[in-house]
Structures are given as structure tokens and as C-alpha cells.
Ligand binder design. Sequence first.
Ligand SMILES: [Mg+2]
Length: 189
Amino acid sequence: MRRIDALQVLVEGTADLPVVVTCAATSRELAAIADRPNHLYLLDSMGLAGSVATGVALGLAGSAIPRVVAIEGDGSLFMNPNVLATGGYLRPDKLLLVLLDNAVYGSTGDLPTYSARIDLGALAAAAGWSVRQAADPRTLRAEFAKALEPGGPAFLHVRIEPGNASGVPKLLEDPVVIGRRFRDWLASR
Ligand SMILES: [Mg+2]
């Protein structure tokens, strides 16, 4: 399963949920599939998708929105693994972190991350997250649906192949505009 195949499944299940997505190829590919106001693309903010989603999930406690979905990469999560400890400690009920793990830095020449030897799902479980796994679109669809059920924090560890989709344009929108669009969408819910 390529990244864009996994993102296609996630797009199907997140039309009405806030989605905070990591930078570079992941944001570009998600926007190429569907550029929606509920997507917050963290352009150039590597390592912060889980942190921002944690804050949004805490802020939405008591609201009608059931889940906040962070889409993170393995290189990015290794940059800021404190996301796992913070989520395990604060236990935001609505937080779901989807890790697209290809074991490489996909936006910088596929240099290997630590993922081949360090299991980020096991780290999340050790910190108290409920962890699910998927490695193909059918399993991802089923496990994502289960991970949307109440009770968090939840961690969906998705193994994907290295490689970026071809022909995907750069995402050159001003981050201020993207942030405002996301805030307006949230306020309208
Ligand atoms: Mg990666």
C-alpha cells in the first residue's frame, strides 16, 4: 500500500472530522485527493501534527465532534516522540493519531528512519494509547472505523511502502490562510 492509497481510505472516513496532517509529501498527496476546509496542513512544521491534534482534541472536549485525526509520518514522529508521552499522560478522549510508517524520510530521498528497529506502535502502547495496525487498504478501512469509536487516545499504526505519488503539485497555500480556513470550519460545527 502506497501513502496515497492509505490517504484515499482516510479521506473517505474523515469528511466531517478535523484532520491535522504532517508536512511535505503527506500534505501534498492529501490535498491532491481532496482539499477540504477540515484539513489543517502543517506546512514545514515537522513533528507537530500530534501536538496540534492533542490541543485541538482537548479544546473539543464536550463538543459534538467525536474525533480529531492526526496523520503523521514515522520520521516526523521520531522528531517529536514526546507526542506519545503527552497523549498517554493527558489522555485526550477524542485524539486519534494515524501513523503512516514507511520506515524512511519520504520527502528527503528515502533516508532510513529508526523505524526498522524501533516500533512506534509499541512505544504508543507503552505510553497508554490503544493501538491498532493495518498494512492494506481493506484492513485500514476496518481498523480506522474501529479507531473512531469513543475512548482515547487511539493510535493506528499503518505500514506503507516507501515512495511518493507522481504528478502531485506542491502545496503553496499560505499557512495563515490554511489555519484560518480550518478555524472557520471548526467554529461552524
Ligand atoms: Mg516516513
